[in-house]
Design a protein around this ligand. Structure first.
Ligand code: NAD
Length: 454
């Protein structure tokens, strides 16, 4: 399998793909090793993960350079991702023992009762490429701390990062028969679905997620899905600083080259501040530097996959055909690499693909609304349910909107952010189950109820 740099279209490295046989062999090894790992005290497993936490910092230069080379995010954002991943790991280090220890719940007569949290067993972590560290650590860190064996399949677009992760986990003390990487494309994931695993934890598109859920269903094991979004941001007319709201929205649209599951994908603006907001957004967008993600001061790099360029240009074309006005960008850029100029469109409506399908790139439509009721109606008009943001001076007014939305996360005066202490979960086509927070620790264990009558 060739690993291609999306900024230069050059082959960085050739990587050997797994075969059905090698995946089965990896499974056999991890199945063999898991029980001994699970028998260690939680504190000992946490100690191993502490060393991994340190290693991510010690090696950050090589890790960040690799990540930028294989998926194209600006170098500073690769450092930010590593930092963010360490923050999440720190949460797990500090909180896992508390949520994994046995709980005495009640005593009835002479019968004593307790809950013991046991690992699921051997799980698959089938992952995405856009934030390989962040979405990876959501799964394999609590899974390992919980005593599970892990078959980790990074995306084919972040394989080199996956190999670094495996190397550093081994160096930190995770045994080879507890964690194994599976390299390859969709077929490699498919072989994992054929194995009798004890849980499937997937991050990726709705299309693949639904397929996996269908395949895994007869096994009756946990299957968690972290999928895409079409996340709206609504700016109310009482917003204190329109320029600040426009800056935050822009950052939410273009950060990570627009390839974030919780990127801002649709913007609704109250008619009272619409003109000012659009003018400010366009003015700030024009200052964004698109180019070599290794270059200094670059805000937006290439898209990670060539097909995504065509997809986004089609969305823009469809919108323009249906009456949208392209205020800026939306074109393929000259030269090597999968670059498009970031786009903003107005006069948009929900009959356009741009406002309904996940874009997953630095393009957005801005729609004018009359009042909060119309904003709620439009924000709710989606198959997805990951996040939604409201910008307003008044928390009460914003909460009135946030309460009505069927999403796993809501934001007041912020957007496109994740906290390790809060559950990360999508509703509707955005997913099933939660990672992060105490729920994301307990997701990788199963309770056993003890009734003890001496
Ligand atoms: P994808 O669905 O194309 O691929 C995800 C993973 O599934 C890859 O490792 C891929 O090789 C594997 N896969 C593909 N076909 C398979 C099959 N038949 N069986 C088993 N595995 C298979 O998604 P992607 O392009 O890597 O990621 C982008 C998507 O992920 C976007 O929709 C984004 O919003 C979503 N995402 C969601 C979150 C979240 O937390 N909710 C986080 C990051 C990304």
């Amino acid at each position: 399998m060739n690993i291609i740099n999306p900024a230069t279209e050059e082959i960085i490295q050739e990587v050997e793909e797994d075969t059905a046989t090698s995946v089965r062999e990896k499974y056999r090894r991890v199945r063999e090793g898991q029980a001994a790992w699970a028998a260690l005290p939680v504190a000992e497993r946490v100690g191993v993960i502490e060393r991994f936490y340190e290693a991510l910092d010690t090696e950050k230069d090589v890790l960040a350079a690799t990540l930028t080379a294989e998926m194209g995010k600006p170098l500073q954002q690769s450092y930010n991702e590593l930092n963010g991943a360490r923050g999440r790991i720190k949460y797990f280090i500090e909180n896992s023992e508390r949520y994994l220890k046995e709980e005495w719940v009640t005593m009835e007569g002479a019968t004593r009762e307790k809950i013991v949290y046991e690992p699921l067993g051997v799980i698959a972590n089938i992952s995405a490429w856009n934030y390989p560290y962040l979405v990876g650590v959501n799964v394999f860190i609590p899974a390992l701390i919980g005593g599970n064996g892990v078959l980790y399949k990074p995306s084919e677009y972040s394989t080199l990062t996956g190999l670094h992760i495996q190397r550093l986990l081994y160096r930190s003390g995770v045994p080879e028969n507890v964690f194994q990487i599976v390299t390859g494309k969709g077929a490699a994931g498919e072989w994992l679905l054929q194995l009798p695993l004890d849980g499937y934890f997937f991050t990726g598109s709705y299309r693949t997620g639904r397929y996996i859920a269908e395949k895994v269903a007869p096994k009756l094991v946990p299957c968690q899905l972290e999928l895409g979004g079409k996340d709206p941001l609504y700016v109310m007319d009482d917003v204190e600083d329109v320029d600040k709201a426009a800056a935050a929205a822009l950052e939410g649209v273009v950060y990570n080259n627009g390839q974030s599951c919780c990127a801002v994908e649709r913007i609704y603006v109250h008619e009272g501040v619409y003109d000012a907001f659009v003018a400010s957004y366009v003015q700030q967008l024009k200052k964004m530097v698109v180019g070599d993600p290794l270059g200094p001061g670059v805000d937006i790099g290439p898209l990670s996959r060539p097909a995504q360029m065509e997809f986004l240009l089609e969305q823009v074309g469809d919108a323009v055909e249906k009456g949208a006005k392209l205020l800026y960008g939306g074109r393929r850029m000259e030269g090597k690499g999968y670059f498009i100029s970031p786009a903003v469109l107005v006069n948009v409506h929900h009959g356009m693909r741009l406002m309904m399908e996940e874009s997953f790139g630095p393009v957005v439509g801005i729609q004018k609304v009359r009042d909060d009721a119309e904003a709620v109606e439009l924000m709710a008009d989606t198959e997805f349910g990951l996040t939604a943001a409201v910008y307003s001076k008044s928390y009460e007014r914003a909460e009135g909107v946030m309460k009505q939305l069927n999403t796993g996360t809501v934001y007041w005066n912020c957007c496109d952010r994740v906290s390790a202490a809060l559950p990360w979960s999508g509703r509707k086509h955005s997913g099933l189950g939660s990672t992060l927070s105490y729920q994301g620790i307990r997701a990788f264990v199963q309770p056993k109820a003890y009734h003890i009558r001496p």
